[in-house]
Design a protein. Structure first.
Length: 139
């Protein structure tokens, strides 16, 4: 059975570009309910931990630097089939390959600066939600 939570991050460049409002509007219009939300500036160490699965990738160091370069907004969303539906809504990792109407197609600056993160599995949605939010911060 698929889970009902996913963890998203609005990435630094999207924040600097003033896209929090438009991105949140699209997500909530699509039926996702905000369970927890916060603005936080990740340390290098925290960004390394969050993306530790990509440690061996050539883009890892740049990604960690980018994700800790400014504040992000972390959001835990609830919806039936949340992980899969959210990945569909944000589109391909590479905005040049993302479908029309997806968030990455509309708001990404580049493959690295692709506006938003979305969990890739129910298991990771739980791990990533625990990374950002205490139980008492979830509603
Ligand atoms: P997704 O965010 O779609 O799950 P990945 O988990 O593969 O994609 O990658 C994590 C993040 O790392 C991407 O969202 C993107 O910001 C960055 N990234 C992925 N692949 C590359 C790449 N080839 N070059 C630069 N940055 C990348
Ligand atoms: Mg991923």
């Amino acid at each position: 059975m698929s889970g009902n939570i996913t963890l998203s991050i609005i990435k630094p460049f999207a924040i600097k570009s003033g896209f929090i409002g438009p991105i949140m509007a699209i997500i909530t219009e699509a039926g996702f309910r905000i369970s927890a939300i916060k603005s936080v500036k990740l340390t290098i160490g925290q960004a390394e931990e969050f993306y530790s699965v990509h440690k061996s990738k050539p883009f890892y160091n740049d990604l960690v630097e980018f994700m800790s370069s400014g504040p992000v907004v972390a959001i835990m969303f609830k919806k039936e089939n949340a992980v899969e539906d959210f990945r569909e809504l944000i589109g391909n990792t590479d905005p040049s390959k993302a479908k029309e109407g997806t968030i990455r197609k509309m708001f990404a600056e580049s493959l690295q600066r692709n506006a938003v993160h979305g969990s890739d599995s129910d298991e990771n949605a739980i791990i990533e939600s625990d990374f950002f939010f205490a139980k008492k911060e979830r509603f």
